[in-house]
Ligand binder design. Structure first.
Ligand SMILES: *Cc1c(COP(=O)(O)O)cnc(C)c1O
Length: 428
């Protein structure tokens, strides 16, 4: 299979007249169609809600689009909670699935009525100390330990992961929470990341459904919602088969009918916290080729770098690359596509077969819509790029401006480097 950009060269050229590269661009049409498909896939479950994982793409404009499809937000930090609140998202529509959580974040989450998902057994006491009570609605994160296998060699190592409680701790936690006044309980687990298979959610659902039945039998506690969290993947590689969310939803439905319904738990709400699947394919990083270098290898230097998209540098992740306007040209050149950081791992691609790249060509880096802009940082004094929305009607809108030097210097409260005023300063 091949990957096709959602942006044409002509449109990109129109955009760069107003917004210079590099920028992230998002495809409203794709976001909407996918959000509708997710909603449809779980419509069999009365209480279903997708809590979009804000950390994947923390942009209010995009979250507002997802809201139209009934999505809430899954937050992991103070600023994500603040963004949700500012968007008018409230109470049950916010999930707070954090770990190693500071007390003030628990406080704020409680104040705005978010559902708190406890990562650890010791957080019961910590939470109680932080907010002065145990909320009526509360969720716990489970980690079964060991290796968790899905299918076709897709697996992960929850036993090595810092998240969640052991089974023993989980059972003990529910008992304590009940004794402290909690009334509505949730169960959460995130066991494998970026799964490109329709089997992950159904497999995870089976594990969690069986556990919920055991909790009911042993503790007499009925879990009200089961949160399958994130982990539904996207095909970064062009030869991967995309997940089919309808098949995934049906797979979960089947185990729901097999396990929960006969146990008298047919009212349990299913929640998801997808980030990557909701946004990943519908965002791209657009950058311009500004240098070519011929040494021991052939390099194309672009005006974006790892601060705009860190996944290749951080995990060696593959991101497909198209050269806009050369989608059908033969890929008869081999390049390393590099950014400008003083780090040799600042490469968007290594030994990649591409059409001949000429200076000024617009390079489109696919699948940067989640965990792309969001992972940005400021190493080498680099500034974060703009975010642009390509609307359904073909027009575009800047939905976040690029950082400017004044933003970079703004946190030096005691002197004003931006205006060149370092001399007369008490700091010296
Ligand atoms: C990162 C994260 C998600 C989203 O994961 P994706 O792989 O982007 O779907 C959901 N829930 C929690 C708790 C997370 O940490």
């Amino acid at each position: 299979m091949s990957k096709t950009p959602f942006l044409t060269k002509e449109k990109a050229q129109e955009i760069i007249k107003e917004i210079p590269t590099p920028f992230h661009i998002y495809d409203e049409k794709g976001i909407r169609a996918n959000a509708q498909a997710v909603k449809d896939a779980f419509s069999w479950n009365k209480g279903y809600r997708e809590y979009f994982a804000v950390k994947a793409t923390p942009n209010p404009f995009l979250i507002k689009i997802l809201r139209e499809y009934g999505c809430g937000t899954d937050c992991s930090s103070m600023t994500e909670l603040m963004m949700s609140k500012a968007l008018g998202i409230q109470g049950e529509e916010i999930m707070f699935s954090s770990n190693d959580t500071p007390a003030e974040e628990f406080k704020y989450a409680d104040e705005i009525g978010a559902t708190i998902n406890l990562d650890d057994f010791t957080h019961i006491e910590f939470l109680e100390n932080a907010i002065g009570h145990i909320p009526e609605t509360i969720s716990c994160r489970f980690n079964p330990g060991g290796v968790y296998s899905v299918s076709n060699g897709i697996m992960d190592n929850p036993g090595d992961a810092k998240y969640g409680m052991t089974k023993e701790q989980l059972f003990e936690a529910y008992k304590i929470l009940r004794d402290k006044g909690a009334k509505r309980f949730g169960l959460h687990a995130f066991l494998v990341s970026n799964t490109v298979t329709n089997d992950y959610y159904p497999t995870l659902a089976k594990t969690l459904f069986e556990l919920v039945v055991e909790i009911k039998e042993q503790l007499g506690i009925e879990i009200a919602f089961i949160n399958l969290s994130g982990g539904v993947g996207i095909p970064y590689q062009p030869d991967q088969e995309p997940n089919n969310i309808a098949v995934i939803g049906e797979g979960v439905h089947k185990v729901f009918d097999e396990i929960l319904v006969p146990a008298g738990l047919g009212d349990v709400a299913i929640y998801t916290e997808m980030g990557r699947f909701m946004m990943g394919p519908y965002g791209a990083l657009v950058t311009t080729a500004i240098h070519e270098k011929h040494t021991y290898k052939e390099y194309i230097g672009v005006d974006a770098c790892a601060v705009n998209l860190m996944r290749p540098a951080m995990y060696g992740a593959y991101h497909h690359i198209s050269v806009l306007g050369k989608e059908n040209a033969p890929c008869d050149h081999t390049y390393d596509v590099t950014g400008s950081l003083c780090e040799n791992n600042d490469k968007f691609a290594i030994d990649r077969q591409l059409p001949e790249v000429e200076m000024g060509d617009l390079i489109y880096i696919h699948d940067a819509g989640a965990h792309g802009f969001a992972m940005g940082y400021n190493y080498n004094g680099k500034l974060k790029s703009a975010e642009v929305l390509l609307k359904e009607d073909g027009s575009f809108e800047m939905i976040r401006r690029a950082e400017q030097p004044k933003d970079y210097f703004a946190t030096f409260d005691c002197f004003d480097i931006y205006n060149g005023l370092v001399e007369d300063n008490d700091w010296k």
